[in-house]
Design a protein around this ligand. Structure first.
Ligand code: F6P
Length: 342
């Protein structure tokens, strides 16, 4: 069998661990693995080369993806789907394993309906993909964000400052919630719960009354205020899937806090640090389990499916179901974080 593998969307710690598992497990069945360069772009442009067991040596702890990634959407530009299907045939592929989040796997789902044999592997630091308890990369992002909160605590306390930490999370606040819980944030803002700046300032003032002259506010980049005030973005450019580039709302929030409370307020935007570098052991193991399971699905001819983690078991779900709705933050978990606000 000839199996193409691609990584699409934002990179994520653990991608190389999945690739390694696919190649290693595939070699046990004498499958030929082809690397499709830079996500769906490689399928459109025919940038496809074999990947062997030699090429996976030493990649388990490496961040990023050795086969490149992009946010290319082959359904966006006229003719790109035809090129994708032509290259699928031209390179003699029997199946494609697509490693990605909602956008990449959304494309995989549509291709599956066009007769391409596709298996999905759930990836995103945002953890917002449906039908899986966790995506790999999320644990690493939470670990990095938690360390940032710990570090910000000591400097905030020394200077009597409010520090607003902005983490990733376009549609959902998983990283903010989990890192905020782990780091003991004094307030967490997530897209699932539009915020009220006066409530936040009220919490901060109460802390000061109790003699706590510093606060850490964790903000997911996709948060929105309750009453339709400005939604701050870096620019108006959208990617091939129509997403605006985010980043920067914490500055508006910090300014409002300083203005309303009079307390010195600073901002830290964690940005791509959350996505770079080596995966945690949890993500390495999850990614490895996903990669091995994906090869098993291909071997059994179970296409149009995604491997998924449910409880502690790797199971199989329909790609269609996985991309149907985003998985938002479990609000009962958020309520636990709220116990420690203010
Ligand atoms: O989808 C993962 C993610 O890291 C989001 O949290 C974030 O909004 C986006 O990617 C950033 O994308 P880019 O690296 O293309 O700016």
């Amino acid at each position: 069998m000839k199996i193409g593998v691609l990584t699409g969307g934002g990179d994520c710690p653990g991608l190389n661990a999945v690739i390694r598992a696919i190649v290693a497990k595939g070699s046990k069945y004498d499958f030929d693995i082809l690397s499709i360069r830079s996500g769906w772009q490689g399928m459109i442009q025919g940038k496809i080369v074999p990947i062997t067991t030699e090429s996976i040596s030493g990649i388990l702890p490496r961040g990023g993806t050795i086969i490149g990634t992009s946010r290319t959407n082959p359904f966006k530009k006229e003719g790109d789907i035809r090129k994708t299907l032509d290259n699928y045939k031209r390179f003699g592929m029997d199946a494609i394993i697509a490693i990605g989040g909602e956008d990449t796997l959304g494309v995989a789902n549509k291709l599956s309906k066009k007769g391409v044999n596709v298996v999905g592997v759930p990836k995103t630091i945002d953890n917002d993909l449906g039908c899986t308890d966790y995506t790999f990369g999320f644990d690493t992002a939470v670990t990095i964000a938690t360390e940032a909160i710990d570090r910000l605590h000591s400097t905030a306390e020394s200077h009597d400052r409010i520090i607003v930490l902005e983490v990733m999370g376009r549609h959902t606040g998983w990283i903010a919630t989990m890192a905020g819980l782990a780091g003991g944030a004094d307030c967490i803002l997530i897209p699932e719960k539009p915020f009220n700046i006066d409530d936040i300032c009220g919490l901060i003032k109460k802390r000061h009354e109790r003699g706590k002259n510093f606060s850490i506010i964790v903000v997911a980049e996709g948060v929105k205020p309750q009453k339709g005030t400005d939604f701050v973005v870096q620019d108006q450019e959208v990617d091939a899937f129509g997403h605006i580039r985010l980043g920067g709302i914490s500055h508006t929030i910090a300014k409002a806090i300083e203005g309303k409370t009079g307390y010195e307020t600073r901002v830290t935007i964690l940005g791509h640090i959350q996505r770079g570098g080596t995966p945690t052991s949890f993500d390495r193991i999850l990614a490895t389990r996903f990669g091995v399971a994906a090869i098993e699905l291909v071997r059994k001819g179970e296409f149009g499916k995604m491997v998924s983690l449910q409880g502690n078991k790797i199971v199989t779900v329909a790609l269609e179901d996985a991309v149907a709705t985003l998985k938002t933050v479990d609000l009962s978990l958020f309520e636990i974080a709220e116990v420690f606000f203010g």
